[in-house]
Ligand binder design. Structure first.
Ligand code: ATP
Ligand code: MG
Length: 210
């Protein structure tokens, strides 16, 4: 699709385990959408990787992403990875799929700086840059110098189009949310209220009282 100006549409892509989705995921996606004038952001929850133990079932993780985004017309959710035959989907395959699905849209892959620092271990690492511009959101607690050095190397050695961006800093992680639920502490305002309700309803993350 094209804009009235003839420019290509811009699609943000936010991949993650989302175990569970939290407000830093949403705030980061929205901040980048606004900053880069993206038309939409698609959230893509991962399948259940066989080697990763203790990851909540993909259906629950997907449902919580849907509950967090369905009221926002700028966001939508893709079930591409959770419905894939292989549970072990790779970013490069997802980006290829998006390029085929949206041939006239520019892809902007949004990711936290922790993930950026691990990108070299990704499948077909260099190929990822062919499909998308990468936006590295600086994440609290992640070594900034290391991120800067990695980004410089990716640009120089792998011709990556990658920006590093300050986002309003929110020191929230899914690990932190899970540990708070487990110790029966409040997660109000750290996740959308519908996610909090969903976690309570299905008694997820071992937080049941009594
Ligand atoms: P976990 O603690 O289970 O690893 P997480 O909070 O890191 O969960 P993921 O689903 O692993 O969430 O991350 C999805 C994407 O969101 C990744 O690119 C990650 O870097 C980014 N992200 C997560 N939390 C933040 C945050 N607080 N600020 C910026 N980016 C974030
Ligand atoms: Mg993570």
């Amino acid at each position: 699709m094209f804009r009235e100006s003839g420019e290509k549409m811009k699609l943000g892509v936010m991949g993650g385990t989302f175990n569970p989705i939290h407000n830093a995921h949403l705030a980061t996606a929205e901040f980048i959408r606004d900053k880069y004038d993206l038309d939409k952001v698609v959230f893509i929850p991962t399948g259940d990787p066989p080697h990763k133990k203790n990851v909540l079932d993909k259906k629950h993780r997907y449902n919580m992403v849907v509950l967090s985004t369905f009221k926002n017309d700028d966001f939508f959710v893709s079930d591409f990875e959770i419905t894939s035959d292989s549970n072990n989907t790779y970013t490069v395959d997802t980006l290829k799929h998006l390029e085929e699905t949206y041939p006239n849209e520019e892809l902007y892959f949004i990711t936290g700086s922790d993930a950026v620092n691990q990108m070299e271990s990704w499948k077909d690492f260099q190929e990822n840059f062919k499909y998308a511009k990468f936006i590295a959101a600086i994440r609290p607690g992640i070594d900034l110098l290391e991120t800067q050095e990695n980004i410089t190397r990716y640009r120089e050695c792998y011709f990556a189009d990658i920006d590093m961006v300050y986002v309003p800093s929110l020191e929230i992680s899914s690990t932190y949310i899970r540990s708070r639920v487990k110790s029966q502490k409040s997660i109000k305002y750290l996740v959308p209220s519908r996610v909090e309700e969903y976690i309570n309803k299905y008694n997820l993350y071992g937080g049941a009282r009594g």
